[in-house]
Design a binder for this molecule. Structure first.
Ligand SMILES: Nc1nc2c(ncn2[C@@H]2O[C@H](COP(=O)(O)OP(=O)(O)OP(=O)(O)O)[C@@H](O)[C@H]2O)c(=O)[nH]1
Length: 531
């Protein structure tokens, strides 16, 4: 029993988010390097020179150099068992990021020191705040010219509405980057020149206190003076460290470093693991489910088909919320109302899949999905039935009418479109009383259209034509008894159904939403769909 408890206690499950190119993949790789999960960072990293990172597997990601889907990796470090959930960097995929955050107990936000929080990625970071989990900030690329660290802190606070607590503080940047000052240990970790051949090996460090007479010699008198002044200012003016505030994502511990040259990564990992919580309890229909509870439970947060050309199948990713999973155990799929055996439970290391015998609360497992699971579904034990809170669906903001160009490929078109929609990569709608001849596709960000078109062509061999529609808003109709004939709407507003036949309205602007509500006072409209 104590083994079972300590297995859960040593789990740390977190998501890593950033805007594209801030260095999320590089940082993840350095973590894996410390955990011994990979040997050489340079051997697997480098999209720019055709090799691709361990966590980016889809062809489109390699071509565009951006992450479209999220992936999961597990490794051990200093007694911890760590699950990293990688997320897409672009705001157009923020819904996927949100679903991934649902499976995490904390988040690491990577920010490019030269760019700060970029306007187009505010949405992604705000999505992170919605989850009420600890958010840690890693300010990356200090080996390049960077913005003033005080300005960066201020920007994070103002744009994201979260307070910051710098755990360490940078000394210079770019060619003049000398290292960081650790505010807790009150010592300097010095950056040694060339960054140990681009971080292939772990970097060496020299630790000195602020008062040490050798400091001026080591970092130069100007840097020493700036550092002393900065620290005095910080100690006097910055927020106090308050773990309770950190736990609720109201205060973000901030670290500076350079993932590429491997500087500051290990101290960050160590402090982060000390502060980030073990698996958290989760709300359910029968109250809070404790992770140490002896019955297994999990929920599906991601579904992905055709992840790998060698395995043309569909995998449902589940976050284990309580208990232990053992191979061959019989579980209850609540939404399907059926007892099932989870087949081929796997833990993933990007393209490598490993069949596992057991897994614990906090872990993420991928199971073969014969088409029964949906995002948000609960898996529990047959003698204790309950449902976890579902994962809300974001309202799409862009819509297009989609047809296949070759009418003979109808079957593949319907299959591909349905599957991609079930994964949550797009949302699909149709006009009432029509089938799937013509589909209206809705997305949160327009890049999702490109991914949809690309995947239909490559995975299902179907070419499509997309015609953009001018709708911008979508609302779910929540009335239990709904008769479309009663509806009084403008000619600009369109009534559609989703693939579960729920009714929705598409609007071109807010004026039309108000109009619909005024003319139909009985109408209950919701901005988020329930899964
Ligand atoms: N100079 C410098 N370059 C870095 C650092 N970290 C990452 N890079 C480079 O920045 C580029 C982007 O890094 P990635 O790790 O792929 O960024 P990402 O955030 O994962 O990007 P997406 O996959 O699009 O979300 C690569 O060329 C890296 O080599 C750093 O600390 N210093």
């Amino acid at each position: 029993m104590s083994d079972y408890r300590s297995e859960i206690e040593r789990r740390r499950t977190f998501a890593i988010i950033s805007h594209p190119d801030a260095g999320k993949t590089t940082l993840t790789e350095k973590f894996l390097l410390y955990g011994g999960a990979i040997q050489l960072a340079g051997a697997v990293k480098g999209k720019k020179n055709a090799r691709h990172a361990v966590s980016d597997w889809m062809e489109i990601e390699k071509q565009r150099g951006i992450s479209v889907t999220s992936s999961v990796m597990q490794f051990n470090y200093e007694g911890f068992c760590i699950n990293i959930l990688d997320t897409p960097g672009h705001q157009d995929f923020s819904e996927d990021t949100y679903r991934t955050l649902m499976a995490a107990d904390s988040a690491v936000m990577v920010i490019d020191a030269a760019k700060g929080v970029e306007p187009q990625t505010r949405k992604l970071f705000k999505v992170c705040l919605l989850r009420d989990i600890p958010i840690f900030t890693f300010v990356n690329k200090m080996d390049r010219e960077a913005r003033n660290p005080f300005d960066l802190m201020e920007q994070i606070e103002q744009e994201l509405g979260i307070r910051t607590y710098p755990v360490n503080w940078p000394i210079g940047c770019g060619k003049e980057f000398k290292g960081v000052y650790d505010r807790h240990k009150r010592e300097i970790i010095s950056f040694l020149g060339d960054g140990a051949a681009n971080g292939v090996r772990q970097v060496e460090k020299v630790e000195l206190s602020l008062e040490d007479a050798r400091l001026g010699e080591m970092i130069g008198e100007t840097h020493r003076q700036t550092l002393v002044d900065d620290i005095e200012l910080l100690d006097g003016a910055s927020y106090d460290f308050d773990m309770e505030q950190v736990r609720h994502g109201r205060l973000s511990p901030v670290f500076f470093g350079s993932a590429l040259t491997n500087f500051g990564v290990e101290p960050f990992l160590e402090d982060f693991l000390r502060m980030t919580p073990p698996p958290l309890a989760r709300e359910s229909s029968i109250g809070v489910i404790d992770p140490f509870e002896d019955r297994f439970s999990a929920f599906v947060f991601k579904i992905q088909a055709n992840m790998n050309k060698a395995h043309r199948d569909r995998v449902a990713f589940m976050r284990i919320c309580s208990g232990r999973f053992q191979k061959g155990m019989e579980v209850l799929h609540m939404q399907g109302g059926k007892k099932i055996k989870l087949s081929q439970p796997q833990q993933l290391m990007a393209q490598d899949r490993e069949i596992i015998d057991e897994a614990y609360a906090g872990d993420i497992i991928g199971v073969f999905d014969p088409g029964v699971f949906s995002i948000g579904d609960t898996i529990c034990m047959p003698d204790k039935k309950f449902e976890f809170q579902g994962i809300p669906t974001f309202a799409p903001e862009h819509f297009a009418r989609v047809r296949q160009t070759d009418t003979l490929k109808r079957k593949q078109f319907v299959k591909g479109t349905m599957q991609i929609a079930q994964e949550g990569a797009i949302q699909i709608f149709h006009e009432p009383n029509t089938g799937m001849e013509e589909v209206i596709v809705g997305v949160v960000g327009t890049l999702q259209f490109d991914v949809f078109e690309y995947r239909l062509k490559n995975e299902y061999n179907v070419e499509i034509r997309q015609e953009g529609l001018s709708y911008q808003y979508l609302r779910w109709i929540e009335n239990e008894e709904f008769d479309p004939k009663q509806l009084d709407i403008t000619s600009d507003t369109k009534l559609v159904q989703d693939f579960r036949d729920r009714y929705l309205l598409l609007f071109t602007d807010e004026w039309n939403i108000r109009w619909a509500q005024e003319k139909n006072p009985w109408l209950k409209l919701a901005e988020f769909g329930r899964s």
